[in-house]
Design a protein around this ligand. Structure first.
Ligand code: SF4
Length: 86
């Protein structure tokens, strides 16, 4: 069975280090305000986080980006177990 993950991104805390964009350009792009945007991320009204769901075959670069972010604002939740991988 394909595993699914939820990406949670706190854009307000981004310092524009660009590591995510360099590591995983399929999912991240730099914006004019020098913060990264999570492509196809949906902003949550409740907490302001940008969120999207992905399947495990797409996850390797995104996990590397999340682990490389210097301010640790990219989190990855396993939707099966509820555990955070990053
Ligand atoms: S690596 Fe982190 S701080 Fe750097 S641009 Fe990406 S989200 Fe922002």
């Amino acid at each position: 069975m394909v595993k699914r993950y939820r990406i949670e991104y706190d854009r307000s805390a981004c310092i524009g280090a660009t590591i995510c964009v360099q590591t995983d350009p399929k999912n991240w792009i730099m914006s004019d305000d020098v913060k990264a945007d999570l492509l196809n991320g949906q902003k949550q009204a409740s907490d302001g986080l940008y969120v999207k769901e992905m399947e495990d075959e797409d996850m390797e670069d995104l996990l590397n980006a999340a682990r490389s972010c210097p301010v640790r604002i990219i989190r990855v939740k396993d939707l099966e177990t509820g555990d955070y991988l990053v």
